[in-house]
Design a protein. Structure first.
Length: 201
């Protein structure tokens, strides 16, 4: 677990450790990442690192939770229209990853299911958080008391997750602005289908 001492050091030092560890994990994955490289680049001793985190795994999960928290905070919106709400969140998530490529590389790698022990632990820890995010996103008048609310949420999750995975694999072209335009166009086409799907559920 992360120790209180970590939050008592300077913000500059704390952010250096976070950014260095994030880059290390995003490039090498959990198993091949080196705490020796992390402390060397962060300019701290190895003993200091383990005064802040019990284990390498604790550091890894702290970074995941940090990003998940940032993404969850972007979800809060006063918009009641379900599909505007979904679009706003998807756009904010896309903006976050465009503006934070290292965080994107890290979180993408963290949730690749390679059947390793750390992958199994990651899915076990964060599956419920992901489910909760979609439930909260769909907490709108359109779905209140809808008998097929659960079905719709599952469909939405598959669409958004699948689109994100496919888009990031296939559409790495052009400037960030063009990438975003292409992503939002693709998302809008799926949302139009989802609107019709909701009508017949």
């Amino acid at each position: 677990m992360v120790k209180q001492l970590f939050f008592e050091i300077s913000e500059v030092k704390r952010e250096m450790i976070i950014s260095t560890a994030m880059a290390e994990f995003s490039e090498h994955g959990f198993e091949l990442s080196s705490t020796n490289r992390i402390v060397k680049k962060a300019g701290i001793s190895k003993g200091s690192l383990f005064k802040y985190f019990e284990t390498k795994e604790d550091l890894y999960f702290y970074l995941i939770e940090r990003i998940v928290g940032q993404l969850s905070s972007n979800m809060i919106t006063p918009e009641d229209d379900l599909f505007i709400r979904i679009r706003q969140y998807a756009e904010s998530e896309f903006n976050f990853f465009l503006e934070n490529p290292v965080e994107y590389a890290f979180i993408k790698r963290a949730f690749q299911n390679d059947h390793s022990e750390i992958s199994k632990k990651t899915y076990a820890k964060y599956t419920n958080i992901s489910e909760h995010l979609f439930v909260k996103l769909c907490d709108t008048p359109a779905l209140h008391n809808h008998e097929k609310k659960g079905v719709f949420i599952n469909i939405l999750k598959w669409v958004i997750t699948g689109l994100n995975e496919e888009f990031t694999e296939v559409n790495q072209v052009g400037s960030p602005t063009k990438m975003k335009e292409a992503y939002m166009t693709a998302l809008d086409s799926y949302l139009s289908v989802l609107k019709k799907t909701l009508e017949v559920l």
